[in-house]
Design a protein around this ligand. Structure first.
Ligand SMILES: [Zn+2]
Length: 98
């Protein structure tokens, strides 16, 4: 099968790593799917999508407790050191108050 995105690549069976998101939690898993050898676009069967839906539900309801492989950190906006260009753009977007 040819890829419908790039229209040139051949789509072949391949294990694909998938990220299932629940709130701020990200669950990584690998499923058997098909992937374009040129652009990397992944194609999933209906069964695989249903399987991922069930996995998301189980994860959301804490029915599975996978091993943690990392932590998501966040810095609030006021703590971010912005480049001059970025901060100028941010200030330019602010409404001017008199
Ligand atoms: Zn492609």
């Amino acid at each position: 099968m040819k890829c419908v995105i790039c229209k040139t690549g051949e789509v072949t069976k391949s294990p694909v790593q998938v990220e299932v998101k629940v709130g701020y939690d990200h669950l990584l898993t690998t499923v058997e799917a098909e992937r374009c050898v040129d652009c990397g676009e992944a194609y999933y069967s209906t069964e695989t999508l249903q399987q991922l839906d069930r996995l998301r539900d189980d994860f959301a309801r804490k029915q599975i407790t996978p091993r943690s492989v990392g932590t998501v950190y966040q810095i609030p906006l006021e703590g971010v050191h912005m480049s001059t260009r970025f901060s100028r753009d941010v200030f330019a977007a602010e409404p001017f108050v008199v």
